[in-house]
Design a protein around this ligand. Sequence first.
Ligand SMILES: C[S@@+](CC[C@H](N)C(=O)[O-])C[C@H]1O[C@@H](n2cnc3c(N)ncnc32)[C@H](O)[C@@H]1O
Length: 272
Amino acid sequence: MKIEFDHPTRGKHYRQANVECPSARHREIEFMVNLLHPQPGETIVDFGCGNGVLTVPISRSVGTSGKVYAIDNSRQSMLNLTSRMGHGNIAGVVIVEAELPLQSRSVDAVVTLANFHHVPDKFAMFKEFERVLKPGGRLVIGDVAEGTPVQRYFDGPVDRFCSTGHNHQFLNPNLAWRLCEDSGLGFRSWDLQEVPWEFRDEAEARRFLHLIHDATCTPEECISEAKQYLGFELTGRFLLNWQLFFMIARKPIQAELAKHAVGAGQTSLVAD
Ligand SMILES: C[S@@+](CC[C@H](N)C(=O)[O-])C[C@H]1O[C@@H](n2cnc3c(N)ncnc32)[C@H](O)[C@@H]1O
């Protein structure tokens, strides 16, 4: 199977963008961490972790008594990830199938940022998330939503100039709800959130975009398309408009399942 981020430059340049401009995506990362609210001692999966922009802050929060499984299907994306970790509580795992090499009911939370649109079989993946979560465990996803300017930007210019193309299926609330229903997770919330990418100036934004999309066009063309599709603000810094959805789902605990079963029975009695 062809792994998109194992392309000779795609994973490498994605990583370089995040390393050279560590504060560009700070809003979306902080938003995810706040939503996840990781606690000391928890075991958390960062699915599609890339070079660990989210793994690292989570590993700090769970501390030495906790553990983070940093999981990705691209070895290239994860290069140097575990060696950069100070806490010794991160295990890097490269997967080849839509199966997580983790025991059932073993993790407190699964989190995935800017990844889920890449996953080909979303229904199978949700079932895996449900399987590995402990009862009461949470799934937190941050990604590009269908029907937003960021989706049109990816499906338009990014698909044209990204070295690997960028043609993927993005989530909408209806699909998210169906994925939860199918896997047995409880759908809790879906929010569209403004999380602009922040740069010192336009020159930094130009370089970042060129790297993060592994663009085959010039940096000037990258920024010009981004400004046109997404819009921007100049407030001393250069802010590129960026919007993601953030959703939470939760694996029911046994008591909730039992209550649901009783409730379902009652409904059917009334209907009869
Ligand atoms: C856009 S990057 C996001 C990386 C990181 N979460 C971040 O926010 O910077 C998408 C990541 O998902 C990984 N990926 C793509 N498809 C995947 C799949 N089916 N299973 C696991 N990882 C996948 C890619 O290798 C890449 O590292």
